[in-house]
Design a protein around this ligand. Structure first.
Ligand SMILES: [Zn+2]
Length: 436
């Protein structure tokens, strides 16, 4: 007998709703009208069920700093400078408290896996990594947390960082991070990339680098994609390298861009678009035809590059927006990338589900099929292609078959004083709340 059955779940628009049986935290059977009765059943009543959302790139340690100090000029340099000042004051406790608030938001919004990039440098030391290592245990069973040791200040420019990266991985970080653009010149950027791959090889972990983050490709420090693709092939790291941002691709002429995209695809290097940050920081010097500065998603798809999107930052100097809601970011990406219609929107949704799962190394153990963990989200809409348009309530969020969040609708009475009519207006408000 299964532990749980979800009844009448819409998992694709071209098939009838199905029942999903869950036993021991994993999906055991999928089919129409399964006969087994379970102690717990959820009647989806034709609502959409998707696999848990995967936030493949987010900075939990720097989240929710916008009220402490804003970015003075809205540029990338301004954001790095403001955050460098603020992080001098970080403690393990302060990072943990802010990160916890974001994790709770993310769980309520249907995210079941997060890859986080805490800064690792002589300013903040390992306080961000240590805080997230604690949270990885605290939240086990509600959300999976991967930790990328991220050298935001550079490696060569910030002596001591290389040893801190190694120590992060010794303590249990999962991924070697990089910030290739934040070095003095192209030779140093390449050396930075080499060092990140060396550390990854030493500890047997994947690589995740902030790369190609500019409005155009005129400053070669911001255009490392070709080099990283070559290093990936040389080191046999195909399928284990992700690049965040990749905005300068959009500034290349189409022939060169197609060449770079083909190199990324052949090398098995994935791309994570971060549109909320990139739209906010990009195009700041433009006075006419302000650039969008977002990775060319449709061309990445056509080239066969594994491509996800993610939040990157939640309310800080880099991105003063966000609720850790991947459906919000997905709609924003669709709007900025000229993506519309059922085929495009389903593919954008896949960027935060199956594609992102592949990037964080979960592909064999992810999805809606027998044998994989029951990380599932029941959405209050009845058509998969409408998920990003509706951004529906997350009615149930399941992690390994256990309900970790629900959204309930409450009635609220707003008192509106009027002299000639009824005194109240009734509204309905959805409230997401983590459970367990
Ligand atoms: Zn980032």
């Amino acid at each position: 007998m299964p532990d749980l059955v979800l009844r009448r779940a819409r998992i694709a628009d071209d098939m009838l709703p199905v029942d999903i049986a869950v036993t021991g935290g994993r999906i055991t059977e999928i089919g129409p009208e399964l006969p087994d009765v379970a102690p717990e059943e959820i009647d989806c009543a034709g609502r959409v069920v998707i696999p848990g959302l995967v936030e493949s790139h987010v900075h939990l340690d720097k989240a929710l700093l916008d009220r402490e100090r804003a970015n003075p000029d809205g540029t990338l340099a301004g954001a790095i400078a403001v955050t460098a000042e603020l992080k001098r004051e970080f403690t393990v406790e302060s990072v943990r408290d802010r990160a916890r608030r974001v994790l709770d938001l993310a769980i309520g919004n249907g995210t079941t896996v997060i890859r986080a990039h805490p800064d690792v440098d002589p300013i903040v030391g390992l306080r961000g990594v240590d805080a997230l290592l604690e949270l990885r245990e605290e939240y086990r069973g509600r959300i999976d947390l991967q930790i990328v040791a991220f050298p935001q200040e550079g490696i060569l420019r910030a002596p001591g960082t290389l040893e801190l990266l190694r120590e992060s991985l010794r303590r249990g970080a999962d991924v070697a991070g990089g910030c290739a653009y934040n070095e003095a010149d192209v030779a140093a950027c390449r050396r930075h990339v080499d060092l990140v791959f060396d550390v990854a090889a030493e500890f047997g972990v994947p690589v995740d680098i902030h790369a190609d983050f500019a409005d155009d490709a005129t400053d070669p420090r911001f255009a490392m994609a070709d080099y990283i693709a070559a290093v990936t092939e040389r080191t046999g790291m195909s399928g284990r390298v992700a690049l965040g941002h990749m905005t300068s691709l959009a500034g290349l002429d189409p022939v060169r861009r197609a060449d770079t995209l083909a190199r990324l695809a052949a090398a098995g290097v994935a791309v994570v678009s971060l549109p909320a940050t990139d739209m906010h920081l990009g195009g700041r010097a433009d006075t006419v035809n302000v650039r969008r500065g977002v990775a060319p998603v449709r061309e990445l798809w056509a080239a066969g590059v594994t491509t996800a999107y993610s939040s990157n930052n939640i309310r800080n100097a880099f991105t003063p927006y966000g609720n850790a809601d991947l459906l919000d970011i997905g709609l924003f990406l669709a709007q900025t990338g000229h993506l519309s219609g059922a085929a495009d929107l389903n593919r954008v949704l896949a960027m935060a589900t199956t594609e992102a799962a592949r990037i964080v190394g979960l592909a064999p153990d992810y999805g809606i099929r027998p044998g994989v963990p029951a990380d599932l989200v029941v959405l209050s809409t009845r058509r998969v292609a409408d998920v990003l348009l509706d951004r529906p309530d997350r009615a149930y969020v399941l992690k390994a078959g256990r309900i970790v969040a629900r959204t309930t609708t409450v009635r609220q009475l707003h008192h509106v004083p009027r002299v000639d009519g009824p005194p109240t207006v009734e509204a309905r408000r959805a409230v997401a709340h983590p459970c367990g």
